[in-house]
Ligand binder design. Structure first.
Ligand code: MF3
Ligand code: CO
Ligand code: CO
Length: 286
């Protein structure tokens, strides 16, 4: 390591504590044992973790509220209004509203829409699949989750891609191990999706999240085991695989947001926010 932190300077781990009161002893141990690098856990206070738990709990209950409202005949704008009001009523803000110019309080992505569909006058019809993605900011902490819903009875293919996307998220979560690698996650997802004859969108990835919407690490839904960043205790990130029935390619519509499959075939997605504890993983939006 070229940058030796000063004893009284801020710790390199981002805890805000002085280095001598934080990671210094671990680093000294490394030196004694002649280890040049050992991945260090990210220290998080109990208030910080609890803040993330509360925000994620709200995001999860927002989706729970929406689930009961999904039916043919309502507009995606109506979903947006419900999400917006519910978020405010619970003392939080919708994170997507005005985020890089995004105009609404959630994303509603129907059928061939991969992600970032903008709520509109579009009326839900029997047979649609619709992903609703909600992110709230509660006391400065971000909670991010999404789910694909069926509108009434849907086709066998629609059911299939949705179930595969859901299982991809489960497999991704199961691959998260403290001191494992980010690549383990994408690998688990990709192997299963391809096995089922589906493709994995590469253009959008999961992301670190806590007091910012999108931060390090990036979490691709494809990859190789043992590759990518080391998964550290103290990390918060999302896993949110987008699974396509056809090709993996996407294109962005003229509204500069809506991502659709290049071949017009169906796409489905599920998302959770996770906390990596020293012992394992906590799914905060489950
Ligand atoms: N919630 C999305 C995610 O999972 C991000 C939406 S950003 C928006 O990362 F601006 F499109 F809303
Ligand atoms: Co996300
Ligand atoms: Co999201």
């Amino acid at each position: 390591m070229s940058d030796v932190p000063h004893r009284n300077g801020p710790c390199w781990c981002g805890s805000g504590k002085k280095y001598k009161h934080c990671q210094l002893t671990h680093d000294q141990e490394d030196q004694t044992l002649n280890r040049s690098f050992r991945p260090q856990p990210i220290l998080r206070s109990e208030q910080f973790i609890e803040g993330m738990r509360r925000s994620c709990r709200l995001a999860k209950s927002t989706l729970g509220m929406i689930e009961k409202e999904i039916k043919a005949g309502i507009t995606t704008d109506h979903i947006n209004e419900l999400v917006h009001q519910f978020t405010l009523d619970n003392g939080a803000l919708p994170a997507t509203l005005n985020y890089h110019g995004y105009p609404k309080s959630c994303c509603t992505s129907l059928n061939e829409v991969v992600c970032h569909g903008i709520p509109s006058e579009r009326v839900l019809e029997e047979g649609d699949i619709i992903n609703v993605d909600v992110t709230c900011i509660l006391d400065g902490f971000y909670g991010d989750t999404n789910k694909t819903f069926f509108v009434g009875e849907v086709s066998k293919e629609a059911r299939r891609v949705t179930e595969i996307a859901y299982h991809c998220l489960e497999l991704g979560i199961a691959a998260v191990k403290p001191y494992g690698h980010i690549g383990d996650i994408g690998h688990a997802i990709q192997v299963y999706a391809h096995d089922q004859g589906c493709s994995v969108v590469e253009q959008f990835v999961g992301h670190g999240i806590s007091r910012k919407f999108h931060e390090e690490p990036q979490v691709p839904h494809f990859g190789r085991p043992g590759q990518g960043q080391v998964i550290l205790p103290g990390m918060f990130f999302t896993i949110e695989p987008m699974i396509n029935l056809g090709r993996k390619g996407v294109r962005i519509l003229r509204d500069n947001w809506t991502a659709v499959t290049i071949d017009g075939q169906l796409s489905a997605q599920f998302e959770h926010t996770l906390y990596v504890s020293p012992e394992g993983v906590e799914v905060l939006t489950a």
